[in-house]
Design a binder for this molecule. Structure first.
Ligand code: F6P
Length: 472
């Protein structure tokens, strides 16, 4: 098998398997991670190691759009215990401030170790001598250390897409030491916000007793000289130009007009776009909107909320319960307030292609991002990039990573329902002048720092380490 100079390792491959009468084919998957790494993968000599998204698929490496894809096979029980279990039933809720209760199951941990080892081995087999492996996200926190043991010649990066919790929460994890050691196998460890990097460093000091200074962690080595790992923030972004191009497309603009008409031409369209996840604050948002209707501060003729909630992790109990709760709430609010012409909430438990999403962004006067905790939240950046005429209002949770950058949004504490109601009214009533002033500042930030800058910043730091190692 040919080897690659840069290998991305992520839980999922960047493609979805499509089986039709004509046989098996692969289609590029829509997610943010795939878009984020697109500029990196476009270059020659790249490989991507990941799971093909279905159980027991034992597929040989293959080429897709110029890159080598290396599938990692997972059995149904590994998916249950590594992905649904440890990744999404333990780490995900713990790292999102225990919004849902994390479960600490020893069997899940064992399978997480076993699966991380498989990913590490697959990456070790495909990276060339002195190459780079870039590990993505919380599903694979042990891979950096495992890789370093397998391939001491390579340079290793890790990017953490979700929050890293405060030590008081992190310390609950029965395997807190192993996870930190796993991450510290990397030469560069990237986080979304400075606060995440700070939380990580504090845990490293408290649990491992290692020294940290500024963005450096001193990692002792049994063989001799200690090593320095970089741990700092590299806020991820979007391909802003791609959103601008779509927003300028007359077909997309016509679709936005059509959406407004199909909703009964309300004065204001409010929009929420999320994976159906308890971290996203969808229930809090529905509560605030429902109360505004109840209080008579809004009516269905004035305002419709479009809520796109794309299906996610449906076999994990907390997600199935959340879906039931949300659908009950939507049904109640619509039952109480819908008329023959207008609906209170147009709820869509579906995913949509990017064209349709941009049409929705163009149709929406107010974008509601009310996450209780979120690593970054790229929807906020997508909305801003799409508002090419500088109109529209972004209401953004203080607890989303994007709030560090998008300071001209209306920042909201989603736990404060009365505060959120007042801010929704402020957004609905905001003058065109204020909208434009705020939106210009927001767009400047998103356009100045797009996803290509993100990957370049990270890989530049990786290259510095690689050069020093080569010199040594
Ligand atoms: O950003 C968090 C994340 O888990 C990514 O790693 C992943 O690409 C995305 O959310 C979707 O999650 P899942 O792969 O569990 O559907």
């Amino acid at each position: 098998m040919s080897r690659a100079d840069l290998v991305v390792v992520a839980n999922r491959l960047p493609v979805d398997r499509v089986v039709s009468e004509g046989g098996e084919s692969w289609r590029r998957s829509p997610g943010g991670l795939v878009t984020a790494l697109e500029p990196v993968m476009r270059k020659p000599d790249r490989a991507w190691v990941g799971w093909a998204g279905q159980p027991d698929l034992d597929i040989a490496p293959f080429d897709f759009e110029g890159a080598r894809l290396v599938p990692v096979a997972l059995s149904a029980s590994e998916i249950e215990q590594y992905y649904e279990g440890f990744a999404n039933g333990t780490i995900w809720p713990l790292y999102h401030d225990v919004i849902a209760a994390p479960l600490y199951k020893r069997r899940w941990w064992e399978v997480y170790v076993q699966v991380n080892r498989r990913f590490a081995q697959a990456a070790a087999d495909v990276v060339e001598q002195g190459g780079v492996v870039w590990v993505q996200d919380y599903q694979l926190q042990l891979v950096p250390k495992m890789l370093r043991e397998l391939r001491p010649d390579i340079t290793i990066g890790y990017f953490h897409h979700i929050p890293f919790p405060a030590y008081g929460l992190y310390s609950q994890l029965p395997w807190r030491r192993q996870v930190l050691e796993g991450l510290l196998g990397a030469d560069v460890i990237g986080f979304q916000r400075q606060a995440d990097a700070g939380n990580f460093q504090r845990s490293v000091r408290r649990v491992l007793r290692y020294t940290t200074r500024s963005s450096e962690v001193v990692v002792p080595s049994a063989e001799g000289e200690p090593r320095v790992a970089i741990a700092k923030a590299y806020p991820i972004s979007i391909d802003a130009d791609a959103f601008i191009r779509l927003a300028q497309d007359p077909d997309v603009q016509a679709r936005a007009t059509e959406i407004r008409e199909q909703l009964g031409s309300p004065k204001t369209i409010l929009l929420g776009v999320d994976r159906l996840d308890y971290t996203k604050g969808i229930r809090h948002r529905l509560k605030a909107f429902g109360e505004l209707l109840e209080d008579g501060r809004l009516s269905v003729g004035d305002a419709t909320l479009v809520q796109v909630a794309s299906p996610s992790r449906q076999r994990v109990d907390a997600y199935a319960e959340l879906r039931d709760e949300i659908e009950l709430t939507v049904g109640r609010i619509n039952g109480d307030y819908d008329t023959m012409h207008h609906t209170a909430i147009r709820y869509l438990h579906q995913g949509f292609p990017r064209e349709e999403m941009v049409a929705l962004y163009l149709a929406a006067d107010v974008m509601l991002v009310t996450a209780l905790r979120d690593g970054m939240n790229l929807v906020a950046k997508e909305y801003v990039a799409s508002r090419i005429d500088n109109s529209g209002v972004l209401l953004l949770s203080e607890f989303a990573g994007a709030a560090d950058e998008l300071t001209s949004a209306l920042l909201v504490n989603p736990h404060d329902i009365d505060g959120m109601k007042d801010l929704i009214m402020r957004a609905v009533e905001m003058s065109p002048g204020e909208q434009s002033r705020r939106m210009r500042a927001l767009r400047r930030r998103v356009l100045d720092h797009d996803v290509e800058d993100w990957s370049q910043d990270f890989l530049t730091d990786i290259e510095k380490v690689r050069r020093v190692r080569r010199g040594a």
